[in-house]
Design a protein around this ligand. Sequence first.
Ligand code: AMP
Length: 538
Amino acid sequence: MRGLMMDVQLTIPTILRRAESLFSKKEIVTCLPNRSIHRYTYRDFGRRTKKLAAALHQLGIRRGDRVATLCWNHYQHLEAYFAVPCMGAVMHPLNIRFSADELAYIVNHAEDKIIIVDEVLLPLFEKFKQAINVSAVIVISQSGEPTPGGYLNYEDVVAGGDETRFEPFEGDEHTAAFMCYTSGTTGKPKGILYSHRSIVLHAISMMLTCVGVGITESDVVLPMVPMFHAGAWGLPYNSAFTGATQVFPGPYLDAESLLQLFEAERVTFTGGVPTVLMSILHKLDAHPGRYKLSLRCIALGGSAMPRFLIKAFHERYGIPVLHTWGMTELSPLGTTAVVTSELEQATQEEQYDHATKQGYPVPFLEIRGRNDQGLVPWDGETPGELEVRGPCVAASYYRDTESHSKFTADGWLKTGDIATISPDGCIEIKDRSKDVIKSGGEWVSSVALESALMCHPSVLEAAVIGVPDEKWMERPFAYVVPKEGQTISPAELKEFLTGKFAKFWIPEGYAFIDAIPKTSVGKFLKSALRERYEREGG
Ligand code: AMP
């Protein structure tokens, strides 16, 4: 017997309608490239979004067509985030940190039909435009300079759109709405194609997950994570759904600019990767009392979070840091280290220990771990590759013949992350499966060593890789970036790690370098360190 409820599809137009009608006076604020502030309301945003959708239709975009963006975080990007899926087409933000060759590959692979480009990113676009075939290029001009010949001006396009002709998508919620390519450190980038349903469910799960930390109407949300990386973690859709004020930093993602914006706009919630947070902490420490912050939560993810960062933000500045784990394939939020009622009774130090873990699965997500012997017990000790499934998890990659190797026979996604799972379902990521170090047959966690090394007062960054060893097959080797003006010796670091880990975990080899190579989204690029070690040795 079927239930007798309305068959209303979970689509992005439902988020747009809610934002426009319930939160019409709430603001969307952007720091423009000339550092002036642009602000308008959700009502203005809704109007312009519909005009953009109508204009894109006039330019030939139809249901299912892909529209790419090459943009920073700003209000026009948000308009595209809504206009494109709300007209039934597929929004496709391009990662501006990919190489020109990769970008050309991705645009061609996705068969993007139109591309919207920030004026400040035209030099990057020019590098690959000859290698792609799009029917129109729309330039968001922030300087007031005339748009170069052959390109359309974004404001002219929006002005020419007739909002009364906008036809919101009302079809099947499983229809594609948004796509992102992962930055994988090996092989070609892979496309993940989200549906309307997965985006709406993800926005709901973000609200539910963070009870006590979750975004509400009274929040002022600033995504530090770029809108071209995993849909800015879903924050734009989530904020529009809840009616939170949105603040966009434009191209300015340095600590000083972010802190100024946090203060001026009274930002309450932000999210980003540990490297950005680290630079914010250094800035705060260097100028005590300079910034008056209203932040009530910083959501951190993308890489493991060193304990000292969590502690420093909380103890010195009273700001709780919420550690999250996710993947582009998961829309992207997977787990959050929320404080459970049981943990509320724990000591502060125990709570910091907990916050260093990646936490509990978000609603709708199921998890399990697997090693050579099969599924691992939830004992908080036995590591295994994390497998996940849920309605916001990719079921395959876009036009990829090797997709199947990433999924189990019964349809779970193999995350490539090695984790332990506690009896109550809290995960702790120990490594990427390709970064695992086995010394004398025993497993060593590079993530744990890195987090510990980065707690040393003279260390800015540290990455640990496995290097060949005649006796033990493999040994951990640490690349360390000292803080400016500081020197450290290997003996000092060994001493610092002693007692924190089993003896065989402690690296004998250290190299001091200027910077850890990073991926396009700011993660340690260990493959580059392994190549360096092969070239130069220790
Ligand atoms: P991406 O799809 O680019 O967001 O990368 C996803 C990968 O980032 C995951 O599979 C993890 O390896 C890593 N990652 C994300 N969040 C965390 C975290 N909190 N701790 C450790 N690794 C993380």
